[in-house]
Design a protein around this ligand. Structure first.
Ligand code: NBP
Length: 477
């Protein structure tokens, strides 16, 4: 028993994570259902560090020093349960099973509860950064029992990404499903970021009349400012790429139907359950779904509407600046909504999640890494119980400065018929929050009319009902 950590499940993610541990000086036991993968890993990358290849579950467990740390990197869902069923009987109290897959946090809660009874520490661990991140340093979001982090944390801190200030992008997020919950919301925010970037691109293309190559240059410029982020950077790369076969811009030869694996959808489903308005993330999920409805889109192609007429050169440049403002303001709203969901999940499940620490570990390694996250961290560090990111003075001021342009962009989009559900949902959220009065009062009246659901009054305590079918007098409910 010489290995400090073990990884089972050696597809792209597991293999690269195992290599990352080995490159950082740990001896890593490696195992995979199909042993060929295990041998291939050791053959190809054995020179990178200390690997112990295990063919069977028994050999794998025997190779690990105690308390055992066993990382599971298999396909989320039933495969994870199958692996737990296989390994749990071979483990002893105090050993750790660390699930690095994209599990649903409710599954993680269930698994944690079951394994706790056997004295096994189950760590649901969100990992972001794709295969490159897994190898060179991901952002890591471990949940589970606090004491497991004491022994696991230092290893994770070694292999994780480091923020610009050198801080490891990993923290103990909270008990049981907290880590996977935060990873889920990370992915929801990622969907929203991508949708907003997509809308900015479409506006620059159709309203400003710019070519993909020119838009790539604009994104490169934006990437030197407050929008500095991995997603903006790769957007410029994708937009400037030219298809070798046709000589056309790559973005023009790709079928425009976006796919999804499910974490964005989960973010919205859970938000609905928690009653948290994540309208921007929802629009991003729906936009992908709509894009995939090929037959529906085909059947709707002849519907009436304006055709975008590109602006002149000078106006286009002004418009591009406005789009940057709209994108930035909408991004603030997306993160506001995502952090609201984390706060609500933390409250519901008693996780006590430190929102500042979450934004800090997203500064490096993960897909949404951005300079912006440092500012979110600063906002929560200044006030841990910030009711909303929008109530932070800096963000409120930035939105105030951006809003005229944000509105102008939406006017242009609406006039020219360019769909901008993300920008529009973000602005509607902002305007709804700042509204003195909402039509929810009318909604309450309607509900009372057809269903006697009662309402509260602005001037007196209590619940009331109007006798709509009678003399319309008011009674106390
Ligand atoms: P996959 O999600 O493609 O899973 C393949 C692995 O699962 C193989 O090792 C396979 O073993 C194993 N496996 C399956 Br399938 N069924 C099994 C079973 N019943 N018992 C034991 N092993 C089983 O791999 P991946 O893309 O490397 O992702 C791994 C995890 O990391 C997933 O949960 C994923 O959602 C998550 N994740 C992925 C990314 C990414 O960018 N790809 C990023 C972040 C998180 P075999 O070799 O014997 O078939």
């Amino acid at each position: 028993s010489s290995a400090q950590i073990g990884v089972t499940g050696l597809a792209v993610m597991g293999r690269n994570l195992a290599r990352n541990f080995a490159r950082n000086g740990y001896t890593v036991a490696v195992h995979n259902r199909t042993a060929a993968r295990t041998h291939a890993l050791v053959e190809e990358f054995g020179h990178e560090g200390g690997f112990v290849a295990a063919e069977t579950a028994k050999e794998f467990v025997a190779a690990l020093e105690r308390p055992r740390r066993l990382v599971v990197m298999v396909k989320a869902g039933e495969p994870t349960d199958a692996v737990i069923e296989e390994f749990a009987p071979l483990l002893e109290p105090g050993d750790m099973i660390i699930d690095g897959g994209n599990a649903h946090f409710a599954d993680t809660r269930r698994r944690e509860r079951a394994l706790r009874e056997q004295g096994i520490h189950f760590v649901g661990m969100g990992v972001s950064g794709g295969e490159e991140g897994a190898l060179h340093g991901p952002s890591i979001m471990p949940g589970g029992p606090r004491e497991s982090y004491d022994s696991l944390g230092p290893m994770l801190e070694k292999i994780s990404a480091k923020a610009a200030d050198g801080t490891p992008c990993v923290t103990h997020v909270g008990p049981d499903g907290a880590g996977h919950f935060v990873k889920m919301v990370h992915n929801g925010i990622e969907y929203a970021d991508m949708q907003l970037i997509g809308e900015a691109y479409q506006l620059l293309r159709d309203v400003a009349g710019y070519s993909p190559a020119r838009i790539a240059e604009i994104f490169r410029t934006w990437n030197t400012g407050r929008l500095d982020s991995y997603l903006i950077e790769i957007t410029a790369e994708v937009l400037s790429h030219v298809d070798a076969a046709t000589g056309e811009p790559f973005v023009d030869v790709v079928v425009d139907r976006a796919e999804q694996k499910g974490t964005g959808r989960w973010t919205v489903q859970i938000a609905l359950d928690l009653g948290v308005p994540v309208s921007g993330i929802a629009e991003a999920v729906f936009a992908r779904s709509l894009s995939g409805h090929a037959a529906l889109r085909e059947a709707s192609r002849g519907l009436a509407g304006p055709k975008a007429a590109p602006l002149g050169e000078a106006e286009a440049a002004t418009f591009a600046d406005r789009v940057e403002q709209a994108l930035y303001a909408s991004k603030i709203v997306s993160y506001t909504q995502g952090f609201h969901e984390i706060a609500a999940g933390s409250e519901e499940y008693g996780w006590d999640i430190d929102l500042g620490a979450v934004s800090a570990i997203w500064r490096g390694g993960c897909i949404i890494r951005a300079a912006f996250l440092d500012r979110i961290r600063a906002a929560y560090d200044a006030r841990a119980d910030l009711p909303s990111l929008l109530s932070d003075g800096t963000f409120a001021r930035e939105i105030a400065d951006a809003q005229d342009d944000w509105r102008e962009v939406l006017v242009a989009a609406t006039r020219q018929g360019v769909p901008t559900p993300g920008f529009a949902a973000a602005l509607a959220y902002y305007d709804a929050l700042r509204a003195e009065r909402l039509p929810a009062a009318l909604t309450q009246g309607q509900r009372d009319y057809f269903g006697a659901h009662t309402y509260r009054r602005t001037d007196r305590e209590g619940s009331f009902h109007t006798l709509w079918g009678g003399d319309r007098s008011e009674v106390t409910a």
